[in-house]
Design a protein around this ligand. Structure first.
Ligand code: ZN
Length: 385
């Protein structure tokens, strides 16, 4: 089975379109005009989570930032043979180590090559997430379709204390196109929340848990091999010792099943048809389509842009660096980071209510600004997709 990691066509990377808006004041004005008075459906990607300390996959030149980037594919993770078990050991081991609160960020960039998707359990929503939550609260943004699996759009709503009961309704209007890291399921479909699965992993692997705790206590990074793998031979432990717990519900049916998968869509896996259909409906139901923080490299996202173009919806794209939609007639491109403009955009769109409604006041004062530190791995971008 051959599966390729989606990429941006080379012609776009090579082209020197420079019709995009790069001034902060002009960007703010255009975004506020676009969102104001409309019913907007928003598509987001990794770029909106960068200020939360979660590194984007691609750098400003649109290429993968980590030269060791090497995702696990769906067919590898679900392979029920010993070979698949080896992939799962590796995947869940990193998951266990990454979840240690203090290490999460430091380890994240090192170990990302095996994760396929970033997972930082303790990441906090940033000013973009809260500004978008405010625009949801005022009904300017009716639906959010996100490619992110970090749950930070949801968290911005949950963390807004003044919103209270309305948070659940607004969270229902967020569609996670590529799933979520916050749930895990076995190959028979039995679901478990991530924290519970984490407890199972820790209980089944005391020596690995100790290893993760030692890293956290001493503040050290794990030694890594040139392929990006963690060097563990010197510790006298081995990947093959890592135990993946069996699904307790399958066990009740006398079926031993250690094949667990996080609720994210892997490379090579199809998006459920209900999710795909809902994403199309939400584009159809909107007056305008806004796109933020994504290169549109994955087809599941790009086809929504094509759909919006066919329906002649006004489209605005806010992203730093090249995207797959660059130069398409009907797509207005703004080339500034969302964190530099979205709070002011929300204030301008919402108007006087932004200074009176306690929910909005709280949201527009909230948000972490914690971009990831520079990392050696990311100084020499190379094409990988
Ligand atoms: Zn099961």
């Amino acid at each position: 089975m051959r599966v390729s990691v989606p990429g941006i066509p080379q012609a776009i990377l090579d082209a020197k379109h420079d019709l995009s808006i790069k001034s902060i004041s002009e960007a703010t004005k255009r975004l506020a005009e676009f969102i104001g008075g409309a019913n907007v459906t928003l598509l987001t990607g990794a770029g909106v989570s960068v200020d939360s300390g979660i590194r984007a996959y691609r750098g400003e030149d649109g290429r993968y930032m980590n030269p060791n980037y090497k995702p696990i594919f769906y067919h590898e993770l679900m392979d029920s043979t010993e070979k698949g078990q080896a992939y799962r050991r590796r995947y869940w081991l990193y998951f266990l180590i990454l979840s240690r609160k203090q290490n999460a960020q430091k380890l994240h960039s090192r170990l990302r090559s095996y994760l396929g998707y970033p997972s930082v359990r303790d990441a906090l929503p940033n000013t973009t997430h809260f500004s978008l939550a405010a625009l949801q609260h005022t009904s300017h943004i009716s639906h959010i379709i996100t490619q992110n699996v970090d749950g930070l759009h949801h968290k911005a709503l949950r963390n807004s204390a003044s919103l209270s009961g309305a948070a659940a309704r607004l969270q229902d209007n967020i569609l996670e196109l590529h799933g979520t890291l916050h749930r895990v399921h076995c190959s028979s479909g039995h679901k478990v929340d991530r924290d519970t699965f984490q407890d199972w992993l820790s209980a089944a692997n005391p020596e690995w848990r100790q290893y993760a705790e030692d890293l956290e206590r001493t503040g050290t990074q794990p030694r890594t091999n040139p392929d990006g793998d963690v060097a563990i031979e010197h510790l006298g432990i081995s990947y093959s010792n890592f135990v993946i717990p069996e699904c307790p519900q399958c066990m009740l049916g006398d079926h031993i099943n250690p094949v667990h998968k996080p609720g994210v869509i892997f490379f090579g896996e199809s998006i459920p048809s209900a999710t795909k259909e809902r994403s199309f409906r939400e584009v159809e139901a909107s007056d305008k389509f806004l796109i933020m923080g994504t290169t549109l490299a994955t087809y599941s996202a790009f086809r929504l842009v094509k759909h919006a173009l066919e329906l002649k919806k006004p489209i605005m794209l806010l992203n730093v660096g090249p995207t797959r939609a660059d130069g398409l007639p009907g797509v207005e491109k703004i080339d500034v980071p969302s964190g530099a403009v979205m709070r002011q955009v929300a204030k301008e769109v919402i108007g006087t209510r932004a200074g009176m409604d306690p929910v909005i006041i709280e949201m527009l004062e909230s948000g972490t600004e914690n971009p990831p530190p520079p990392d050696d791995d990311d100084r020499a971008p190379r094409a990988a997709g």
